[in-house]
Design a protein around this ligand. Structure first.
Ligand code: FAD
Length: 467
């Protein structure tokens, strides 16, 4: 059973239900509900979402296409732009992601889970877990009528996000980052400026004295705008009502002030509130224990600068689905499957963590950042390509995260697979898998580690024959 119907929970439940297993998903809210995290990566859109079978629905939803990002950052006085298509892994028709209203995106994924056989129950809040002989074996929850219930399951996956009530039951502490202790204050505007095509849907990130701003065009009219402040600037939040604080901060960042010079803040409905989030960069000491696993933000989250949250959450959901599917099939024991889960999820998290540390050093220009990206992922590609690969979610070694384009030839596929065997890019494999419907090979991460099965939905021992 899965706790939480965000992108992590709906991805995991769909990928397990599609193997014929019974899955119950309990979600506290009734969708649509507001959530932050609107800028997606190509690995999510063309990898995970294709595996889930929502490609057409997303394409028909009118989401803004995001071809890359524009930064006013580092030593460059002028804004500079990167494009996902620079990376061969994301070139061609898969060289974009979407900027999404999470109310719509999360509902698409949750409804899709329901339509794929998951028993989805909204307005059902999990309040505790059941344990027997050291194993987690179910949860307690309040149902939509407020009645306290218990339900038992072979596995409990906590995908209830950063506010999880049950993650502590995994053991170990949630360790908050010493480096990223930022606070975000954000709201929504209509009438913000748009760059000419093809840059119209790009995210813009602009640094200023107290931190940096995101500017995410969600539609022709609506823009999500947020200031991410260093902890020292916390006192600014006490300067007055939050809408005035946000206005004041915008005035201090010339690029964003200019983009919003003719805009108005939305003051009604789900976008009418100025919100604050803090203490959001952390990692749990353990990701699993017998009978229970943490998925997505319940396990970890790192600063939003590279929009990695939904990618990490949905990618971890794929890894957790493989672990649960394999354990239920009985081919490999639970401990080995979840050790694999944790190792791969931590590796992907570390890529973003390590690169973010380098990127927050503002005494560099864009070329230096590109070189840092190449060094972090150990890529043989050029520095600029490595940057696009990393921030596109293709820095790991997953075949299903790249190359879904019809033009993605067998030749190119073979070439990329050969590369993927040699180097470190997990994300790319999930896209190849999504397109070709089968796994194209994998290497163990560590001695005794597992590899993905040919169907991409289980683990196998490296020496195990294909099944
Ligand atoms: P969530 O999306 O949090 O979903 C968890 C679900 O669990 C919710 O629906 C919640 O209602 C439900 N739930 C909670 N408690 C219970 C309970 N007890 N019982 C049942 N259900 C429960 N990510 C990006 O990809 N791009 C971005 O641009 C981006 N910007 C961000 C900006 C900021 C300031 C922050 C803080 C984060 C940002 N993120 C971004 C990260 C993104 O918000 C998360 O990583 C992402 O939503 C994680 O998905 P999830 O499914 O793990 O959790």
């Amino acid at each position: 059973m899965v706790v939480g119907g965000g992108p992590g929970g709906s991805t995991l439940s769909t990928l397990v239900a599609r193997q014929g297993h019974r899955v119950l998903l309990l979600e506290k809210e009734e969708f649509p509900r507001h959530q932050i995290g609107e800028s997606l990566l190509p690995s999510t859109v063309h990898g995970i979402c294709r595996l889930l079978g929502v490609t057409d629905e997303l394409a028909n939803s009118g989401f803004m296409k995001k071809h890359g990002g524009t930064f006013r950052w580092g030593l460059n006085a002028e804004p500079w732009t990167f494009d996902f298509s620079v990376s061969e892994k994301f070139s061609g028709p898969t060289s974009y992601a979407y900027q999404v209203e999470r109310m719509k995106f999360d509902k698409i994924l949750l409804d899709n889970a329901r339509s794929k056989g998951v028993d989805v129950r909204e307005r059902s809040e999990v309040v505790g877990v059941l344990e027997e002989e050291g194993r987690i074996c179910g949860v307690q929850y309040n149902d939509a009528q407020g009645v306290r219930r218990e339900v038992r399951a072979r596995f409990v996956a906590d995908a209830s996000g950063n506010k999880s009530r049950i993650h502590k039951r995994i053991g170990g502490a949630r360790k908050y980052s010493d480096v990223f202790q930022n606070i975000a204050v954000f709201g929504y505007f209509t009438g913000g400026r748009r760059a000419p095509a093809p840059l119209t849907g790009n995210i813009t990130c602009a640094s200023f004295d107290l931190g940096w701003f995101w500017y995410i065009p969600l539609s022709d009219e609506l823009t999500s705008v947020g200031a991410v402040l260093r902890r020292e600037a916390l006192a600014r939040l006490q300067d007055g009502p939050l809408d005035k604080v946000l206005e004041g901060l915008i005035d201090e960042c010339p690029l964003i002030a200019d983009y919003l010079s003719e805009a108005e803040r939305v003051t009604e409905g789900p976008y009418g509130q100025v919100r604050v989030r803090k203490d959001y960069s952390y990692i749990q000491e353990n990701f699993w224990r017998p009978g229970m696993v943490l998925v997505g933000d319940a396990a970890c989250f790192i600063d939003p600068l590279f929009s990695s949250g939904v990618h990490l959450s949905t990618y971890s959901a794929l890894l957790a689905a493989r672990s649960i599917n394999t354990t239920l099939r009985g081919t490999i024991d639970e401990a080995d499957c979840f050790r694999e889960y944790e190792a791969r999820y931590r590796r992907e998290y570390d890529v973003f963590h390590d690169f973010l540390v380098a990127f927050y050093d503002l005494q560099k220009d864009e070329h230096a950042y590109f070189r840092e990206a190449k060094s972090v992922i150990g890529s043989s590609a050029s520095a600029a390509e490595s940057f696009a690969e990393l921030v596109g979610g293709g820095a790991s070694d997953e075949e299903a995260l790249i190359g879904t384009a019809p033009s993605f030839s067998q030749e190119r596929r073979a070439d990329l697979l050969e590369q993927s065997r040699k180097i470190h890019w997990q994300g790319s494999r999930v896209q190849v898998q999504a397109h070709f419907g089968e796994s194209v090979g994998d290497d163990p991460l560590y001695e005794g580690g597992l590899v993905e099965s040919p169907d991409g939905m289980h683990w196998a021992r490296p020496e195990q024959p294909a099944f």
